[in-house]
Design a protein around this ligand. Structure first.
Ligand SMILES: [Zn+2]
Length: 657
């Protein structure tokens, strides 16, 4: 509860004229008890976080801090070898952030002791003026080859010094909010103060933009925690200076200033962090120009560059966005970090606009292309998340460039924070899972909402109200786009079958109420009393989706969706395992069934399909066979083999094996 209360204290202390008009209900105030998320959050806490700390030790990432600290103590060190990457420092920061979030909701003496030791280690590797970048400190004459001979000389391109700083700031804000201890926060503010002295518009300062964005978001978090205006100013400066002088390129989103950008371009993780930073600055500075720019970029991204799984960044080359409608499946890059960045961005746009369409994108990404990044047991990871596999794709226990596992460890514990928001006397119910939320409204006593549901497997949601408030207030319940016959905002994807015959229903205390939608919400205003019950029923038939005709890779193909979940056909569930040569005609009936013993319990889709193959004479033949699809997020937990999200619905889209 510390986080919730301290955030409120600081918000009051800041007294800023501007901020996000909608406020998230902090994850510390939302306790999930469901069968879908709660077990995954627990696996992240008890398995993935300790595992990732272990990997950081095993791969020398902690050792880099130890060596830097030894150098600063004047101790002679024999091993001056540079780290694998100059950004290896960020991995311990990210896992530390995840551990902090986890500790904020669940005390754990062992984890606390580990975190305390790590904070002390990080502090000991910081140079006296605040600079913290182990590869240069270990050997200033021979740092990593990307780092350049002096501080920040390669910042706009390769050195990642400000990227390291950004992740330190994020971790420090989380650690302080979780524990109330200032050890890591002091390290972060010391470095932030150095950055404020070093970078800026004045003569003698460096007019340099961050090569890999995230320091913008990190500075905003430090500003929220400390109230120090110079941190917010520097975040804005880093946006303003980007692309303002020659030397930029599309890869770094720096060929032109962000304010003039209208398309999602370049390295997708950097882009997602940039757009999130732009949203933060737009909110806190009340800057309409940054708002206009990210709105335009979002429209381009969601209308032309978003995978049906919510993944972004089609191209392996440059880990980058492709052109409009360039959405290949087999080679789809869709870095796990980019999915996380996409959710950071869409959450911020929701907080700016209060429109459920952003939550639609967030939910699609969360349940599909983000969750696919980690194995069911929490110890194997995807870096790219393709939508098709010829059998050579496998999760990995770690990576040389290990951004994704650490990013998952910090994202997972924060998931309950995406469920609810509030503005004035209105509560927004954005996501669905069984659990309890304590929601503070601006005036008067708090409200407790208890959700009961089997979501995402079933669309029946019961929300029970508990409050002593006497005045009317609003509970705005998101009616997901998928339940309104809209796959995504815009028309990149559409359902190709008929809408369900059963309409969605909404009841209060057993009485049907009209769901007059406002920005995707059914807005229920009344004098709520303890024991009042909202019943939402979102029918979840199996739906077939087709892509805009401009998406060549999906031509003649359909994808299967049920509720928010995108499905795929994987080799173990289909005879012969050759799922890439399946044909699933539109007239084939598909049914859904919950299989409690498959993949920790998932809903599957079943029916019949045809498999295209060659006979002895080399002629194409089709053979009927049973068909089964599983949730996309759960694939690649049973070994290597074929997988396909987009399946031919006629001979025209079919391919021979
Ligand atoms: Zn990554």
């Amino acid at each position: 509860m510390l986080l919730a209360s301290s955030v409120r204290v600081f918000a009051a202390m800041l007294g800023t004229a501007h901020d996000y008009p909608f406020k998230p209900v902090p994850f510390t105030a939302v306790h999930l008890t469901d069968q879908f998320w709660a077990p995954r959050l627990e696996i992240n806490r008890v398995t993935t976080i300790p595992y990732a700390f272990g990997k950081c030790e095993e791969t020398g990432r902690m050792y880099n801090f130890e060596r830097a600290a030894d150098v600063l103590r004047g101790k002679a060190i024999s091993d001056r070898k540079a780290p694998g990457y100059p950004f290896d420092d960020t991995d311990p920061y990210k896992v530390l952030e995840g551990a902090s979030y986890s500790l904020a909701v669940q005390p754990d003496a062992k984890m606390t002791a580990y975190v305390d030791k790590l904070v002390a280690l990080i502090a000991s590797a910081q140079e006296p003026d605040g600079y913290l970048y182990t590869t240069r400190t270990i050997d200033p004459q021979h740092p990593h080859k990307w780092s350049g001979p002096v501080r920040w000389v390669h910042e706009q391109d390769l050195s990642h010094e400000l990227y390291n700083a950004g992740h330190l700031f994020e971790a420090a804000a989380a650690h302080y909010q979780a524990t109330g201890e200032t050890g890591l926060l002091n390290v972060a503010t010391k470095e932030a103060d150095l950055l404020c002295r070093t970078f800026g518009p004045a003569d003698g300062q460096l007019h340099v933009w961050p090569g890999h964005e995230i320091v913008e978001m990190g500075l905003v978090k430090l500003y929220r925690v400390t109230g120090k205006q110079s941190y917010l100013d520097l975040a804005k400066y880093f946006l303003d200076v980007r692309g303002s002088h020659p030397g930029g390129d599309d890869y770094h989103q720096s060929r032109i200033p962000p304010l003039d950008q209208t398309e999602a371009i370049g390295h997708a993780v950097r882009a997602g962090y940039l757009y999130s930073g732009m949203a933060d600055v737009a909110a806190l500075e009340g800057d309409e120009n940054y708002l206009r720019a990210i709105d335009a970029i979002w429209t381009n991204c969601v209308g032309k560059k978003l995978y049906i799984t919510g993944g972004i960044g089609a191209r392996p080359s440059g880990e980058a966005f492709g052109g409009d409608y360039e959405l290949p499946n087999l080679t789809a890059y869709n870095e796990t970090c980019a999915a996380i960045a996409n959710d950071y961005w869409n959450e911020r746009l929701f907080l700016l606009h209060g429109d459920a369409k952003y939550v639609d994108v967030l939910e699609r990404t969360l349940y599909n292309g983000l969750l696919s990044g980690v194995s069911l047991d929490g110890t194997k990871f995807f870096y790219p998340n393709p939508l098709e596999s010829s059998g050579d794709t496998e999760r990995s226990p770690w990576f040389g460039c290990a951004c994704c596992p650490g990013n998952l460890t910090r994202f997972m514990p924060s998931i309950p924070g995406y469920f609810y928001a509030q503005r004035g006397d209105a509560i927004y119910v954005n996501l669905f899972a069984s659990g309890v939320a304590d929601i503070a409204l601006e005036n008067g006593p708090p409200v407790k909402l208890t959700q009961e549901t089997r979501y995402p497997w079933d669309g029946a949601v019961t929300i029970t109200v508990a409050t002593v408030r006497s005045s009317p207030f609003v509970i705005a319940v998101r009616i997901p786009g998928w339940a309104r016959n809209e796959v995504v905002p815009g028309d990149l994807y559409r359902y190709s079958d008929r809408p369900p015959e059963q309409p969605m229903t909404l009841k209060v205390n057993g009485q049907t109420v009209a769901a007059n939608l406002d920005k995707g919400y059914a807005t229920l205003k009344r004098s709520w009393k303890t024991g009042d019950v909202i019943e939402l029923n979102l029918p979840m038939p199996v739906r077939r989706v087709h892509a805009d005709g401009n998406v060549a890779a999906d031509s003649g193909r359909i994808a299967l969706q049920r509720g928010p979940i995108v499905f795929c056909a994987e080799w173990p569930d289909n005879p012969n395992g050759k799922v890439r040569s399946l044909i699933l005609p539109d007239d084939q009936t598909l049914t859904a069934e919950f299989e409690p013993h498959l993949l920790n319990g998932v809903e599957t889709i079943q029916g019949r399909a045809f498999r295209l193959s060659k006979n002895a004479d080399g002629a194409a033949v089709t053979t009927g066979q049973p068909f089964k699809a599983i949730p996309y997020f759960s694939w690649a937990n049973r070994g290597r083999g074929e997988m396909a999200v987009w399946i031919a619905n006629s001979d025209a889209g079919a391919r021979l094996p």
